[in-house]
Design a protein around this ligand. Structure first.
Ligand SMILES: CC(=O)SCCNC(=O)CCNC(=O)[C@H](O)C(C)(C)COP(=O)(O)OP(=O)(O)OC[C@H]1O[C@@H](n2cnc3c(N)ncnc32)[C@H](O)[C@@H]1OP(=O)(O)O
Ligand SMILES: CC(C)C(=O)C(=O)O
Length: 502
């Protein structure tokens, strides 16, 4: 029934299973932003919510259905009429609606959750699919806890729900229990033993309780499943779901699997950041594909290799997932090649430096600090004073008003081109007001790519250190500023960067 037998349909459930993470609940406008980004990413199905669960979730499915028109919009239900009625109502504006209904299929669920029998549960499954079919053509059935279900019984259930009209049959490893070989064999068993299986698409929906969600999903796809259910950053109930970016990049990297998706992988990293911020779920630094360290190299042998030929230590081109470039992080485990690379990047003429001697001094500093940043290198090279304010744009005074009753406002007096200039500006915070005031005097706007505030010792009365990367033309300049006032430290950092090119 599929045009392309090797095409994998990506079913994203960030807004439903992902949103089951405690503290990650989204508002309707947030769901719409993520939904539109998922559409741009190229997912085939968006599971938008569980409409019966709350009026807010119902409304989110309604609103998302109105504006996100390309992917199928799916709503989850239990196997009962009330849930299905509610999902059908929530999907009434969807261009391509799908109801996702289902029930537990393992003896554990049948006995303890439902206090029921296999026969009665199978009958409820069929009834739910038939009922959902009265509202929409596209009905997906989930056999909850299929990972622990008896394969013979599961096959009977799947055959019955396909006969009742299910277009997609989802075989969830709800508790992340299976080994990849077991899960792959389960999908193969269904392919071989369910008579009408070719009338539906098999979906894999794996949880990560043993860290096997991606491996299990791939095993399922290798054995005949053609829809993968996943979430951005792998978020979801308990240890999470299969991570969309992982499964997509496995398929892209291993062309020999001969399976492909419609995902525009360059959107993966930006969308990971959006989801992380909106759901208040930081991405672990070593997370595959989208973690901060996924393309960061910090040990000398690796750094040397990457600098000589990126692919010695990178199986994925960071640009393919929307990351500008890999990072070479200087630590006490770095070698001369990495140090030279950073010194050259900061504009030092390497032929005028005694690299061995600099490297020894670098190691002493690196043993004291976990990471050597640009400002540490500048200080190591004794260069900071030289670049700081060398073109003479300096601050004479800075007054800032801020609070929660009006927009923050900054008035700044700068020494610029031999005379004093004053400007006032408003922003969404005191730092943005100050930067805008500086820019109105200098008559230029520069993008700030990175902006970090650190306290040196830790107290609220501490000196803050601000570093920022300012983009000017096709170059970027680091700026550093210090002050007990974070706004003043930010202004100092901005001017430090500006003075390198003004
Ligand atoms: C594996 C998954 O991720 S499934 C999705 C999980 N997501 C959620 O649960 C979030 C949304 N859930 C909710 O908002 C609420 O739990 C609701 C609205 C669905 C139900 O709330 P309540 O009616 O108060 O029931 P509660 O959640 O306490 O218990 C679940 C009931 O549903 C039944 N049930 C559970 N799964 C199913 C199913 N697939 N089909 C039919 N009934 C089911 C349980 O047996 C229990 O019924 P009982 O009251 O007869 O014992
Ligand atoms: C609702 C189903 C698909 C689910 O989330 C699970 O079984 O994990």
């Amino acid at each position: 029934m599929l045009h392309d037998p090797n095409r994998i349909f990506v079913f994203d459930t960030t807004l439903r299973d992902g949103e089951q993470v405690p503290g990650s609940q989204l508002t309707t406008p947030e769901k719409i932003i993520i939904g539109e980004a998922l559409q741009a990413l190229g997912v085939d199905v968006i599971e938008a919510g569980f409409p019966i669960s709350s009026p807010g979730d119902f409304q989110s499915v309604v609103e998302l259905s109105k504006v996100v028109r390309e992917p199928i919009i799916c709503a989850l239900t239990r196997a009962n009429k009330g849930d299905i009625d509610c999902a059908a109502a929530a999907l009434k504006h969807a261009k391509r609606p799908r109801i996702h209904t289902g029930i537990g299929s393992s003896d554990m669920h049948i006995k303890y959750k439902f206090n029921s029998t296999r026969e009665a549960i199978l009958a409820r499954a069929v009834e739910a699919v038939k009922y959902a079919k009265q509202f929409v053509e596209d009905v997906e059935f989930y056999a909850e806890d299929a990972g622990r279900a008896d394969n013979e019984y599961l096959a009977q259930m799947i055959e019955a729900v396909i006969a009742a009209g299910a277009t997609v049959v989802n075989i969830p490893d709800t508790n992340g229990y299976c080994l990849p070989e077991q899960y792959g064999a389960k999908i193969r068993f269904l392919k071989e033993n369910v008579k009408n299986i070719d009338q539906a698409i098999i979906a894999v929906h794996c949880h990560n309780d043993l860290g096997l969600a991606t491996a299990n999903s791939i095993a399922g796809l290798q054995n005949g499943a053609r829809q993968v259910e996943c979430t951005i950053n792998g978020i979801g109930e308990r240890a999470g779901n299969t991570s969309l970016e992982e499964v997509v990049m496995v398929l892209k990297t291993h062309q020999s699997l001969n399976l492909h998706t419609n995902i525009n992988t360059k959107h993966l990293y930006p969308l990971s950041g959006t989801v992380s911020r909106m759901m208040r779920m930081p991405v672990q630094p070593n997370k595959a594909i989208v973690g901060r360290n996924a393309f960061a190299h910090s040990s000398g042998i690796h750094q040397d290799g990457v600098l000589k030929h990126r692919e010695t230590y990178e199986i994925i081109n960071p640009e393919d997932v929307g990351i500008d470039q890999s990072e070479i992080i200087l630590t006490a485990r770095s070698g001369r090649h990495a140090l030279k690379h950073h010194l050259e990047r900061l504009g030092y003429a390497i032929d005028r430096i005694d690299l061995d001697q600099t490297y020894q001094r670098f190691l002493l500093l690196a043993d004291e600090k976990k990471e050597i940043k640009d400002d540490d290198l500048l200080r190591l090279m004794g260069d900071e004073a030289e670049t700081n304010f060398k073109n003479g744009v300096t601050i004479n005074s800075l007054e800032v008003t801020t609070g929660d009753q009006s927009d923050p406002e900054a008035t700044i007096k700068l020494n610029y081109k031999g005379s004093e200039h004053e400007a006032t500006a408003r922003g969404n915070g005191p730092v943005s007001a100050t930067i805008k005031a500086i820019e109105s005097i200098l008559g230029s706007h520069n993008e700030i790519k990175e902006f970090n505030i650190h306290s040196i010792h830790g107290g609220s009365d501490d000196v803050s250190k601000v570093d920022m990367r300012v983009i000017h033309g096709d170059k970027s300049y680091m700026g550093y500023g210090f002050s007990t006032d974070i706004v003043r430290a930010s202004a100092n950092a901005y001017l430090d960067a500006l003075n390198k090119f003004v």
